[in-house]
Design a protein around this ligand. Structure first.
Ligand SMILES: NC(=O)c1ccc[n+]([C@@H]2O[C@H](COP(=O)([O-])OP(=O)(O)OC[C@H]3O[C@@H](n4cnc5c(N)ncnc54)[C@H](O)[C@@H]3O)[C@@H](O)[C@H]2O)c1
Length: 257
């Protein structure tokens, strides 16, 4: 069966690399027209070009700071001007600034809140205008198992828990406009973000992955494509009765780590 994404326009924030890139690649293979927003202007242009070439779908890379309203407004407008609608939004852009509370500078608290929470709010508040007008939309927010508590990630854990409340409330507000809002809360996914964490803790990426896999029921860490597969399902009309849900994607039930 053809994907219901065929011909739809999908915006993926933070899609120049990692999980966002895998989602953009998967959506392009489903036949969606892709708009990737990322702070890294050069990487986002390159990624969009590579995706278009590999999939044959249209892909546009736009330099954008999701935490800045003018930047988000301009990016969404450019995307809509090119493709004529915005049907799907994945709020994926993210950063970590890990530290224990007594060592956490205000700037690191503010940055993490602003990228995850304000960024998701801004991208959604602009995208939903187009979705409401078309009475069609799919929104997926990327939370984390860290929302359940993770020592050294006070800012990140708080922001990722916030995204879960955001998801449930937005689903209640937008459901009547035929817009589905759901949330994926991944566990450990092998990306540059987790490779940087490994280095900071004094492990090689391979050592760290092996160590983390020991505590995962399925005995492996996740890969970006695992998240892309679930996002693809949630943004397909086959999942149109799934709304306001937080789905943990972590190789097992969430238990004490
Ligand atoms: N990797 C994991 O284990 C894991 C687990 C759970 C949740 N997540 C979440 O998944 C998402 C993607 O993570 P990843 O591992 O691919 O990270 P990553 O660091 O590889 O990629 C994040 C991307 O977001 C972009 N970005 C950062 N700030 C931005 C801003 N202000 N505006 C626009 N773009 C910005 C970066 O340039 C980068 O391309 C993040 O929200 C992260 O918190 C990751």
């Amino acid at each position: 069966m053809a994907s219901s994404m065929l011909g739809r326009t999908a915006v993926i924030s933070g899609g120049a690399r990692g999980i966002g890139r895998a989602i953009a690649e998967r959506f392009a293979r489903n036949g969606a027209k892709i708009i990737i927003l990322d702070l890294d202007r050069d990487a986002v242009a390159e990624t969009a070009e590579e995706i278009a070439e590999a999939s044959g779908s249209d892909a546009l890379g736009i330099g954008c700071d999701v935490a800045n309203r003018d930047s988000v407004e301009a990016a969404m407008e450019a995307g809509n001007a090119r493709y004529g609608s915005i049907d799907i939004l994945v709020n994926n852009a993210g950063v970590t600034r890990d530290n224990l509370i007594h060592k956490m500078p205000d700037e690191d608290w503010d940055l993490v809140m602003s990228v995850h929470l304000k960024g998701t709010f801004l991208c959604t508040s602009v995208a939903q205008r187009y979705m409401v007008a078309n009475k069609y939309g799919k929104i997926v927010n990327i939370s984390s198992t860290s929302s359940l508590g993770n020592r050294g990630q006070l800012n990140y854990s708080t922001a990722k828990a916030g995204l879960q409340g955001f998801t449930r409330t937005l689903a209640l507000e937008l459901g009547r406009f035929n817009i589905n809002v759901n949330c994926i809360a991944p566990g450990f996914i092998d990306t540059e973000m987790t490779r940087a964490t490994a280095e900071r803790l004094g492990f090689t990426p391979e050592e760290y992955k092996a160590k983390r896999a020991e505590n995962i029921a399925i005995r492996r860490v996740g890969v970006p494509e695992d998240v892309a597969n679930l996002a693809s399902f949630l943004c397909d009309d086959e999942a149109s009765y799934v709304n306001g849900q937080i789905i943990y994607l972590s190789g097992g039930p969430e238990t004490r780590r």
